[in-house]
Design a protein. Structure first.
Length: 367
């Protein structure tokens, strides 16, 4: 390719400009060339990466590529301007100030991009069933605050502003802040502890209290309260401090050994061996028909006790998700009731035998 044409155009353009504008020609052309390259890269390389990331089901690479695609041109232009400022016919102090301004704009842009990236990643995590800790509002607040603080410190450092006196003032005023937010800070620190310790995650099914008076899915962990969504759709807001102090059972973090218990009674005249065989057979058949049962782990039937009017049994059935236990228990009990009726198994009504004894007549009274 003949470069003489470009050289002629460059010479013509340089001579047509006023003398005081000629030193700005090379930096301006360099910035325009960098912007053109960034546009081509966005239309080719980044678009190809976007199509490539869309082929898999993982949403995180889509978010990262989209963020780069949105800001690739601006970052390229700012970086090129920063590098070309040294070629301008300015005083060294003016060049330094201009470079600091451009660097501050670049830092602010990167900080805002990271804040948006973290927020979008957290939103995607919150929608996933196996979310992890990234989907909580508390994590978004903390990560956003840290990114903004780091960006502010970097910008202030460019202009020679020390942040040490600022942190010293915050340390002096920390006592006043702690007293003013003495009811809020325990909830914040409790939420941070629960999140970092990975005791609960968004989407986990938990039960609170020694008697299990509250249970449901963890919908969000905020800076003050944790949102719990019950099976009927009701939202319960529990202060993080109270949640951290409560007895909590996390069924989503348990191992695969989750069971439901079925209790039933039969008549005293029934054969326990026959009852055990019938119940086991019915539960094995149910594993092939009812979703949520773990058929690879066989059910168990145990003879519990001799009651006053019946024999008491318990059956243990392995399930996959503990939140499905109510529907599974309901379905299995109906199947057992139909099987008992078909096999003519007597389910007694509680009764008590009362024996009436006539009093023995005593000796006649002496007149």
């Amino acid at each position: 390719m003949d470069l003489s044409l470009f050289q002629d155009l460059y010479s013509l353009l340089a001579h047509s400009l006023p003398r005081w504008l000629r030193p700005y020609l090379d930096p301006t052309l360099t910035v325009l060339l960098a912007a053109a390259i960034a546009v081509v890269a966005r239309l080719t390389v980044l678009r190809w990466l976007q199509r490539l990331s869309a082929r898999n089901a993982i949403p995180y690479d889509d978010i990262v590529v989209d963020a780069l695609k949105r800001r690739a041109i601006a970052w390229t232009v700012l970086g090129t301007i920063f590098a070309q400022l040294e070629a301008l016919p300015w005083r060294p102090r003016s060049i330094t100030i201009a470079q600091n301004v451009v660097a501050a704009m670049l830092i602010i842009s990167v900080t805002l991009a990271l804040v948006g990236l973290v927020s979008r990643l957290a939103t995607v995590n919150a929608r996933a069933a196996d979310a992890g800790v990234g989907g909580t509002t508390l994590v978004r607040y903390i990560s956003t605050a840290l990114l903004v603080i780091v960006g502010m410190v970097a910008v202030l450092a460019l202009f020679g502003i020390s942040v040490v006196p600022m942190f010293t003032a915050l340390g002096v005023g920390g006592l006043a802040v702690a007293l003013a937010f003495q009811d809020t800070l325990p909830n914040v620190f409790s939420g941070v502890n629960l999140t970092l310790a990975r005791q609960i995650r968004v989407g986990d099914y938990i039960e609170l209290g020694e008697t299990g008076e509250l249970e449901g899915f963890v919908a969000d962990v905020g800076w003050r309260a944790t949102t719990l969504r019950t099976l009927v759709g009701t939202q319960i807001f529990i202060p993080n401090k109270k949640l951290a102090e409560s007895v909590m059972v996390n069924y989503s973090r348990s191992d695969t050994g989750m069971f439901v218990t079925l209790e039933f009674i039969v008549d005293h005249d029934e054969d326990p061996e026959r009852i055990e065989t019938l119940v086991l057979d019915e539960l094995v058949r149910a594993a092939a028909d009812i979703p949520g049962l773990r058929g690879e782990e066989p059910p168990l039937v145990r003879f519990k006790a001799f009651a006053e009017s019946a024999l008491q049994f318990k059956a243990y059935v392995a399930i996959r998700n503990f939140q499905d236990r109510f529907l599974i228990t309901h379905t299995l009990m109906k199947r057992l009731h139909r099987r008992f009726k078909a096999e003519q198994v007597v389910v007694p009504v509680p009764q008590r035998a009362v024996r009436m004894v006539s009093p023995t007549p005593g000796p006649a009274a002496t007149p």
